[in-house]
Write a protein that binds this ligand. Structure first.
Ligand code: RFL
Ligand code: PHB
Length: 394
């Protein structure tokens, strides 16, 4: 088998890349470990930056997102017995976020790829990458060989692409946090119109949503927490404890449809390239979800990768391919800092002494009282504008 771009992974990065390449007349084949049903039901991110919404709309896959997505013009920071709104409409006029589940983005992209005759192979277990430092890289799986001009490693943090790069090529930067997030999806009307990021002495909680009937919540839990320790009643009690901290707010509960625990980690591998293999999305970098940046970074990476590969086919020049990693990493590091900062601002660190807790409180007070500090949060949260790259405008 032969294709122009072999893509490992049918998450948001791989699917969107395949679609953006298709719009440029470039052929690709996606190889995915899991089933289509699994990919379409994996509950993860929910917050799309303005730039991500723009990419999906420009690519013609934004119809359902425009109908069902929930545009938000602010978030609430809740601590010390009061709520403080960060008003995007005043601080970053014209920019907003859209709450639309990652699995809905994945469904829309899979549908668009299949409708356009795109090749996605699901349930492919034994992908291996070969000859990455030559002009004829290839992928083998289930006794078959896929020959490519380029390979895109879009297979997430635990995929095969990054480990296929020889030892010594990548520099890895990472930080592991001493807690995890327990996330639930519940069939209940959201108790708030906007997302609530709540910092309490008992830990962080987040109130998010997916639709007028479905809410999404997260609780900071110990790193070694197990779902067995968290029956539904305990989850609701702890959510009430951390969210019902302002006068007049009561949290509605309902049947829990999904539960999961995610450790929190920051990670970057540089450069995001080895020969003809290009890494994109979680395969190259992950952030703790407090800043809601992971999916958005994946979309920003493949926007540049599609442009760089398109430029190579159109002109024969490798200039943009050579600039890909550096261009991505600039945005990646800004998001790394913002995600670390939001995590540090809002979580309880057992290692913190009383002095550390007072510093945290002082910074929260600053962010919620200073226009300058609130603008810093707002412009990072809604997503900084793209920089020019090739023919792509800012
Ligand atoms: P994905 O989505 O992990 O997709 C990788 C795909 O590769 C497949 N794969 C393989 N395929 C073939 N062969 C192999 N050997 C393979 N190994 C793996 C996998 O099955 C999968 O289908 O990576 P991608 O495309 O880079 O997308 C990244 C995002 O999924 C991720 O960054 C976000 O979900 C992070 N994230 C959030 N990001 C946001 O922008 N906003 C948010 O609000 C947000 N909230 C979150 C999050 C992630 C969370 N978890 C569970 C990690 C909330 C949570 C709780
Ligand atoms: C979500 O709705 O899943 C979500 C929202 C905001 C975050 C992380 C996750 O920071």
């Amino acid at each position: 088998m032969r294709t122009q771009v072999g893509i490992v992974g049918a998450g948001p990065a791989g699917l969107l890349l395949s679609h953006l390449l298709h719009l440029r007349g470039i052929d690709s084949v996606i190889l995915e470990l899991r089933s289509r049903a699994y990919c379409e039901s994996r509950v993860r991110a929910g917050v799309l930056e303005q730039g991500t919404v723009d990419i999906l709309n420009a690519a013609g896959v934004g119809d359902r997102m425009r109908r069902e997505g929930l545009p938000h013009l602010g978030i609430e920071l809740r601590y010390g017995g009061a709520g403080h709104r960060i008003p995007f409409e005043r601080l970053v006029p014209g920019r907003a976020i859209t709450v639309y589940g990652q699995q809905e983005v994945v469904k829309d992209l899979i549908a668009a790829r299949l409708e356009a005759g795109g090749a996605i192979h699901f349930e492919v277990p034994d992908v291996e990458l070969h000859d990455l430092d030559t002009a004829t890289p290839s992928i083998t799986f289930q006794g078959q060989r896929l020959e490519c001009d380029f390979i895109a490693g879009c297979d997430g943090f635990h995929g095969v692409s990054r480990p296929s790069i020889p030892e010594g090529v990548l520099t890895v930067y990472d930080r592991v946090y001493p807690f995890a997030w327990l996330g639930i999806l519940a069939r209940v009307k959201p108790s708030s119109e906007e997302l609530i990021y709540a910092a309490t002495d008992d830990g962080f909680a987040l109130h998010s949503m997916r639709s007028p009937e479905v809410s999404r919540f997260y609780l900071q839990v110990p790193l070694d927490a197990s779902l067995d320790d968290w029956p539904d009643e305990r989850i609701w009690a702890e959510l009430r404890n951390r969210l019902e901290t302002v006068p007049g707010f009561t949290l509605a509960s309902g049947p829990i449809m999904e539960k999961g625990i995610t450790p929190m980690r920051s990670f970057v591998a540089e450069p995001m390239r080895y020969g003809r293999l290009f890494l994109a999305g979680d395969a190259a970098h992950i952030v703790p979800p407090t800043g809601a940046k992971g999916l958005n970074l994946a979309a920003a990476d493949v926007r540049l990768l599609a442009e760089a590969i398109g430029h190579w086919y159109a002109t024969g020049s490798a200039d943009l391919l050579d600039g890909y990693s550096e261009a991505c990493l600039k945005r990646v590091w800004r998001a790394q800092h913002f995600s670390w900062w939001m995590t540090t601002l809002l979580h309880t660190f057992e290692s913190d002494d009383a002095y550390g807790r007072r510093l945290q409180r002082s910074y929260l007070d600053y962010v919620t009282s200073s226009e300058a500090a609130a603008t810093t949060l707002a412009e990072n949260y809604v997503g900084l504008p793209f920089e020019p790259f090739g023919t792509l405008d800012a």
